[in-house]
Ligand binder design. Sequence first.
Ligand code: OAD
Length: 280
Amino acid sequence: MAGEGQLSDRLRRCADEILRRLERGILVALTGSGVSAESGIPTFRDRGGLWDRWDPEQVATAEALQKRPRMVWRFFQELRELAQGARPNAAHYALAELESLLRAISRVVVITQNVDGLHQAAGSRTVIELHGNAGRYYCMVCGREHPAPPLTLGELPPRCACGGVIRPDVVFFGEMLPEDAWSEAAAAVERSAVMLVVGTSLQVEPAASLAYQALQRGALVCQINLEPTPLSHLAHYTFLGPASRLLPALVQRVRELLSERTPWRRAEDQATAQASGGGD
Ligand code: OAD
């Protein structure tokens, strides 16, 4: 099929350019809920997504958490139920594989807006969680950490022994991002030679701004998404389709190109990575 042949050529060209660019910096992957869609976790803004059924103003803001914690928790329990038992899919595994493939050449940093922990479960080692992690909980009054409340909990919201409402350690609208995560993410983008933007509509700031910062600093920006986004016409490469198909396909081209390199070239890669602090 001509379309498939063209896609294959573009993926190979993109992989080739990624490898050449990585001589000058690191690879950063900025991911969103589209990466986990094929693990069965719904996205937010797609048709049938979470914001079709729930009003984010009512269930996902700092104000809602203060004023209507029961409703926020009803939403959150539904989300937990949907995500229960979710496993990484081929897109998560492809990013983890990319990290090991590139080990001798460069670093791979995953910056994710997802709170599901699936990148880590797939084996990615450097994952910056911009919006927190839904596996952690703490009391809004005394700050004590708590285990995940049972999904069957009758009385919502769950409460701490001190009487305070327990909340998930995720970022609600109107809240600051975790300071460490944000500064690590900004520093990674500062060092980036390549940015992959995968499965995000780029509607939420400040996460979205990282993609534009990467563009501004001259990084090669490659987007993989089901549908076009405002970044699509600015990115150097845009591949439209499911991340579970396109990301493994791109990583396969990287693997092929690396295996075609002579042993002499591979040794040179290693030396360059060590000299620039890009490798391990
Ligand atoms: P969105 O729901 O806004 O966007 C998901 C994107 O993934 C869309 O552009 C889809 O086209 C794309 N997509 C869906 N399925 C895909 C697939 N199988 N492969 C590739 N792409 C696919 O979700 P996010 O951009 O992650 O924040 O949303 C960002 C933030 O908004 C979330 O972290 C959350 C939300 O409100 C907070 O709650 C603070």
